[in-house]
Design a protein around this ligand. Structure first.
Ligand SMILES: Cc1cc2nc3c(=O)[nH]c(=O)nc-3n(C[C@H](O)[C@H](O)[C@H](O)COP(=O)(O)O)c2cc1C
Length: 244
């Protein structure tokens, strides 16, 4: 009996050691938060400024490919991208060891950049910087928050403060049962009908959790084509306006 208790304690302490090792590694990889001296400036050369929002869906795995394909198809001379994550999307990126060339804005930057009046308020600076917003992937949680007007983190504050005359695309990604839940339909309708955001519909495939059905994020090709068309239209409109 005493021996069994000892074994259980040993097992627990080695599990705790493993957990501690994992969390140490997890912490070590995080960059320091930004400070008030970080500046967000608009490009003066006429590039389209796209703000890419990542939320906590497993489809964030595709984010590096999405960024590369956007630059590949549209060209770095016509497009510049800034990326923002929720805390959970950031965790998924780190667990998956995803690599991005550019800085990624996170919740803690919102609070580390502001000290007093006159300092930048990150969600406002990013919203002003962007010509368009792409939320890909949009998970069930952030979709529900947006539909209900919640703004308790950097991502939802940007979306809540979004200038509704500018384009916003969203690409939902979730488990099929989440997708088929009547609440999802209700939330999508608010985004589409009230906020006039454009939906990039999810597709049917076997999801990572093993379920099969609709819910996977649209293909990178579909998302990139839509954004490429948007950039082309906006730059054509701008050049007509410049000539007038
Ligand atoms: C490995 C993993 C994968 C997940 N994938 C999804 C997903 O594809 N879609 C979704 O709606 N939620 C998914 N979730 C759950 C969300 O991460 C969870 O609802 C979280 O609260 C979302 O937070 P956020 O909206 O602030 O990013 C996943 C969670 C884990 C741990």
């Amino acid at each position: 009996m005493q021996q069994q208790g000892q074994m259980k304690r040993q097992r627990l302490s080695s599990e705790e050691d493993n957990l501690n090792d994992d969390s140490r590694e997890f912490k070590a990889e995080r960059r320091p938060p930004l400070t008030r001296s970080h500046k967000i400036t608009r490009d003066e050369t006429g590039k389209h400024q796209l703000l890419l929002v990542l939320t906590g869906s497993i489809a964030v795995m595709k984010a590096p490919e999405l960024v590369n394909e956007l630059y590949e198809k549209i060209g770095k001379e016509r497009l510049t991208i800034k990326i923002v994550t929720t805390e959970n999307a950031e965790k998924l990126c780190r667990i998956q060891r995803l690599e991005f060339e550019d800085l990624i804005y996170e919740d803690r930057d919102e609070w580390s950049m502001w000290r007093e009046r006159g300092d930048p308020v990150l969600h406002i600076e990013l919203r002003k910087w962007a010509d368009s917003l792409l939320i890909a992937p949009l998970d069930a949680n952030t979709m529900a928050k947006v539909a209900n007007g919640l703004c308790d983190n950097l991502v939802t504050s940007i979306i809540r403060a979004w200038d509704l005359s500018k384009p916003c695309y969203f690409a939902p990604a979730m488990n099929t049962h989440m997708w088929e839940n009547p609440l999802t339909m209700q939330h999508r309708n608010v985004l589409k009908s009230q906020l006039k955001f454009k939906e990039i519909c999810p597709i049917q495939k076997e999801l990572i959790c093993g379920d099969a059905g609709v819910g996977a994020m649209a293909s990178i090709g579909t998302i990139v084509s839509l954004i490429a068309a948007l950039v082309k239209d906006q730059q054509a409109i701008r050049s007509i306006a410049d000539k007038a």
